[in-house]
Design a protein around this ligand. Sequence first.
Ligand code: 7TS
Length: 397
Amino acid sequence: MNIRAQFPILDTQVHGHPLVYLDNAATTQKPQRVIEVLDGYYRTLNSNIHRGAHHLAAEATERYEAVRRQVQAFINARHNYEIVFTRGTTESINLVASSFAKRYFTGDDEVIVSGMEHHSDIVPWQLAGATLRPIPFSDEGVLDLEAYEKLFTDKTRIVAVNHVSNTLGTVNPVKQIVDIAHAHGVPVLIDGAQAISHLKVDVQELGCDFYCFSGHKMYGPMGVGVMYGREELLDEMPPYQGGGEMIETVTFERTTYNALPFKFEAGTPSVGDVIGLGEAINFMQEVGVDTIAAHEDDLLRYATEGLKEIPGARLFGTAPHKTSVLSFLIGNSHPYDVGTLLDQLGIAVRTGHHCTQPIMDRYGIPGTVRASFAVYNTREEVDIFLNALKRIMPMLI
Ligand code: 7TS
């Protein structure tokens, strides 16, 4: 199977060079089959779901609900109604933080996060009124689990950590983190935004209470994401938004709510994008998540070795268990300058704090340059990237 040929955007030229797309942690590109499903949806199926008596509405509803079952199987959730469609990881975490806080916060509440969280797993908890207790991490980017254990108090309401760090690439020991939290009687939310396209995720095996991810980081469309939540908790939690679809009965005096998952899906969802996400999962399963992981690990190792040979290169995130992300600085050059010079050569990387300012503070740096890999990247592209770095070196020092 020629994987690259399935991604039309990879034929793009940038500043007269073939595109080398190494910004996959920000968003992955989409295979032709996902683009065709989106196109086909708007050509032949577009309709609002769940409430129409007509053919298109019934068909669109069936396709939408079929993806819910597909996601359930993909992450091995116990029930299809534990899968809630959202706009993405950010909305998923905001939903949980807002609703969980209404149900379980008492006014003096702590949330344990990791020191390497994306802002979208920090700010929603602050908005909910929590005091954050961050788990420290080593210079290599490994969480200190002994320190973690000591963070629990009688005010700890939930632990919220990422499965994979978008800045350091660390694969965190989330099963262990869950086991420790549960031993304290505390539930766990996992931000899976960076894990879902690289690792096999089994929410029952992990034992987590919530698992959140975005379609656009797993070869699917923007505008759709998933919030998995355990039935027992979701049943207890109040709706996040009010509107159509999430109700059972409405009067001016009192409203009763719909069953799961509809209680959490107010308004018209992005139906076409959900159906596109289903096709992205088909793509990932046909290639094989293990195959994807093995290929990306090879690229990461190859790029890491190559980068170490570049004078003045400093790597951030050298944990033994990593995936797909290479964050670095060259000498004292500003990351943005490196990114701009690489762009002139057709190479797309991301620069800055990657929405993880606490990580930058931890290392005392303004940001990093980040190359991140997907299944369609090649060793040849890594060579182009490394050679480009060597070429721009004289302009940086
Ligand atoms: N959590 C993690 C770990 C992320 O990497 C991201 C996005 C999010 C949450 C938010 O996901 P969204 O789809 O709702 O935006 N990370 C990045 C990134 O690293 N560069 O651009 C977006």
